[in-house]
Design a protein. Sequence first.
Length: 86
Amino acid sequence: MLTAAQLKAARALLGIDQRTLAQMAGLSLPTIQRMEASDGNVRGVVESLTRVVEALEAAGVELIGEGAASLEGGRGVRLKARRTPA
């Protein structure tokens, strides 16, 4: 599953805007905008989601699922699990 936060973070790591990602994935700008406006997991047509993931991976982004290890190495950012106050 891809979250809207992951999608925005991936773009930030690459230094690209929504229009550039849309071009890379062969999708429209409104499609990327709708994906990033999702709450939590990105919703959309499976083919469109696949295109976005493939475009990001081809550009060098490793999308890491919750609890999964990063096997590729390299620099990156990961959001820690939030701790609940005692």
